[in-house]
Design a protein around this ligand. Structure first.
Ligand code: ZN
Length: 325
């Protein structure tokens, strides 16, 4: 959330290139692509990126991609709570009167999947097989990243969070699932492990749009469930898809594949530095202090989200897993 707000400010600055150029100081983030139209709902704002393709921003949790087809609507990610997902359903009515028949979870994290409880059993919920396993068996309500959120957000979201019962996808994919909806072709693709072990992207080949979940965001993604070297490879596969706009799970849409390269280089540097620090038997808490990622700050203006302890612990654990392979 905080990332999204600061990035939005970056956007406002970038909208004033002449002024920015005339002023000394940090370089403003280059202006990204702009939506074709914007519809304000009661809780969400629906940005139109192609005919029938919207990015819903402003709710609690992830952004959602809304795909309006001939007969029905598909939602890619549904936010943190059933109450929030119901608000999304209401706001989607501003752009379509067709029923939502399909939900896709990009991955298992609460802010993308815990809204699943808002949907009746006749709505198909699709996710990677790992996402189904994670929601069914990981005790996600008593695990990161949900725990930090609920501790932080108690006052604001207590009423809505009470009704959360994690619901797993009912339809799974391992590699890909192609949905043909009238003229629309929707490809759900697992390109490899990365932000989690089961990230699915939604790719619209005709519209040249990709919805990336948290595999890549406007800012730097949460690292607590990452597979770091594979993540770099998976991002490479995502770059090979023919898209003109990426609608991420958090933060502003972007067109420049250099943004993906920036995350690859950040991840590669994190892996190298942490591996070197860990080899000196430095505990994870101390490693966080020694890490120097300042070289990447220019790619993540106006402010780079620092790696947190949950991310550092996961990198330690992952390095151990890698060494055992
Ligand atoms: Zn996530």
């Amino acid at each position: 959330m905080r990332n999204r707000v600061t990035l939005a400010i970056g956007f406002v600055l970038a909208g004033l290139p002449v002024l920015a150029a005339a002023q000394p100081g940090p370089v403003a983030t280059p202006a990204g692509p702009q939506p074709l139209a914007v519809t304000k709902g009661s809780e969400y704002t629906l940005e139109k990126w192609a005919d029938g393709v919207y990015l819903a921003t402003g709710g609690t949790g992830s952004q959602s991609c809304v795909i309006v087809n001939d007969q029905d609507v598909l939602l890619f990610d549904v936010g943190t709570t059933p109450g929030g997902a119901r608000a999304l359903l209401e706001d989607v009515k501003l752009v379509s009167d067709k029923p939502v028949r399909t939900v896709v979870n990009s991955h298992f994290h609460y802010d993308h999947a815990f809204g699943n409880g808002a949907f009746s059993p006749d709505v198909q919920i699709i996710g990677h097989r790992f996402t189904q396993t994670a929601i069914k068996t990981f005790d996600t309500l008593h695990r990161e990243p949900y725990q930090s959120w609920i501790n932080r957000a108690q006052d604001r979201n207590l009423e809505r969070s009470k009704e959360i019962v994690p619901i797993a996808p009912t339809v799974t994919l391992d590699k890909s699932l192609v949905l043909k909806k009238g003229n629309r072709e929707i490809r759900l693709l697992f390109l490899g492990r990365g932000h989690t072990a089961g990230d699915v992207v939604l790719f619209l080949p005709k519209e040249r749009i990709v919805c990336s979940g948290d595999l890549i965001e406007g800012g730097i993604s949460y690292m607590g469930d990452g597979y770091f070297d594979e993540w770099v490879t998976t991002l490479e596969a995502m770059k090979q898809l023919d898209w003109a706009v990426c609608l991420p799970g958090h933060g502003r849409p972007f067109s420049d594949k250099a943004h993906v390269t920036a995350l690859q280089s950040y991840l590669t540097d994190v892996i190298d530095q942490v591996a070197r620090i860990r080899a000196q038997n430095v505990p994870a808490e101390e490693a966080l202090k020694r890490l120097d990622l300042s070289a990447h700050e220019k790619n993540w203006l106006p402010r780079m989200r620092p790696l947190d302890m949950r991310g550092m612990r996961r990198i330690y654990q992952w390095l151990e897993e890698r060494a055992a392979r």
